[in-house]
Design a protein around this ligand. Structure first.
Ligand SMILES: Cc1cc2nc3c(=O)[nH]c(=O)nc-3n(C[C@H](O)[C@H](O)[C@H](O)COP(=O)(O)OP(=O)(O)OC[C@H]3O[C@@H](n4cnc5c(N)ncnc54)[C@H](O)[C@@H]3O)c2cc1C
Ligand code: SF4
Length: 328
């Protein structure tokens, strides 16, 4: 590990002042960053520990929630309001990592965790994300776990977070702090597709800090869930996952719907094309299939991951069938 300095910030203003320095990185629970530092893939000069920032989950008058960036993943999943009103989020978090890791991991760190592409972690491999311009060994390598949507000739990695897939489906808004003040970004706009610059993973400015995540209120008739398909029943990243929020009217129509996919793209993938097919149509399997087809029409699988297209299609249909059945 390369030597680094350490400072703990007690508030967002101090954190952003320290975090603006060249070579500085924010430290949440460290469950991803410290691993990367051990492998010298990340070599920050200084760490700004932000676990002292907001750890509260505030219930808002409109029925929404404001979750501090330093809240541990376990605390989010266990919170009564999250379990009752946003079960998709509780399920997504509980499907990830292990109990010990979730106890350490923070909301901010989970959102900004880095890809699990094995070539990114192997410094003998060529990786444009680690070394811009070096090439990408995954494209002609073993790419079973890689992206089928939105990839580029420069990078085919996926975003590994389960929590972010639920946040994308919920229409979450990320609150940011920077040297000049604060701003917000929809979670679906925070992460980038790789295009020609896979090393730039988000729209964050240098030194910008996540301070909180806001969940908008949902109508009470809405059902939500998360399903993750993976190689092992626990302690494995998603091959494909689906987060779904469905508002089905009493006469069996889709009043509103939000869908997001995990394990398929460089960012949590909001399924806007599928949503457009579903809205205002009968909540039945034929429509669910048409929606999944629409979303996956542009899928471009690699040599080893063609199975993800069918897996994504079936998982979307199964999750929508489950929610429609519950609502009925
Ligand atoms: C063995 C193992 C299995 C795992 N399995 C899963 C899984 O199945 N599903 C899943 O979703 N995840 C999984 N994870 C990943 C885990 O969820 C992440 O490591 C964790 O969420 C990262 O949170 P952290 O607080 O520890 O982040 P850190 O490691 O501290 O930081 C991660 C990144 O976020 C940045 N950062 C942290 N906080 C902020 C902030 N407030 N503002 C701006 N930047 C910030 C850091 O600078 C760093 O770049 C697994 C991890 C391990 C080690
Ligand atoms: S897919 Fe992306 S992260 Fe993986 S080796 Fe290629 S450039 Fe690197």
């Amino acid at each position: 590990m390369t030597p680094f300095s350490y400072a703990r910030a007690g508030d967002a203003a101090t954190a952003t002042r320290l975090g603006m320095g060249a070579g500085a990185k924010y430290l949440g629970g460290g469950t991803n960053l410290v691993d990367l530092m051990r492998e010298t893939i990340e070599q920050p000069d200084s760490l700004v520990d932000v676990t002292g920032l907001s750890r509260t989950i505030e219930e808002r008058d409109d029925g929404g929630l404001m979750i501090g960036a330093a809240v541990r993943n376990t605390a989010v999943a266990e919170h009564r309001a999250v379990r009752e009103r946003y079960p998709v989020l509780a399920r997504a978090i509980l499907s990830g990592a292990s109990g010990q890791i979730r106890n350490m991991a923070t909301v901010g760190g989970n959102i900004l965790q880095r890809t699990r592409c094995p070539y990114f972690y192997d410094d003998a491999a060529r990786c444009n994300k680690r070394t811009p311009g070096a090439g990408c060994d995954a494209i002609d390598g073993f790419n079973r776990t890689h992206a089928i949507l939105g990839a580029s000739p420069a990078c085919v990695a996926t975003h590994p977070s389960d929590m972010c897939v639920a946040l994308a489906a919920l229409g979450a808004v990320v609150h940011l702090g920077n040297a000049t003040g604060a701003r917000t970004l929809p979670l679906v706009d925070l992460h980038r597709l790789p295009a020609g610059r896979p090393e730039v993973e988000t729209l964050l400015e240098p030194g910008e800090l996540i301070t909180a995540v806001e969940l908008p209120p949902l109508p009470c008739a809405v059902r939500s869930t998360y399903r993750k398909v993976r190689d092992r029943a626990s302690y494995a990243f998603a091959l494909v996952s689906v987060a779904a929020v469905l508002d089905r009217s009493a006469d069996g129509m889709v009043r509103d719907v939000r869908l997001a996919l995990g394990g398929v793209a460089h960012k949590p993938w909001r399924a806007f094309a599928a949503e457009a097919v579903l809205r205002g149509r009968p909540a039945d399997e034929a429509v669910f299939r048409a929606a999944a087809e629409a979303e996956l029409a542009d899928a471009a699988p690699l040599r080893d991951n063609g199975f993800k297209v069918e897996l994504a299609r079936r998982t979307m249909v199964a999750v929508l069938n489950d929610l429609a059945g519950e609502a009925a």
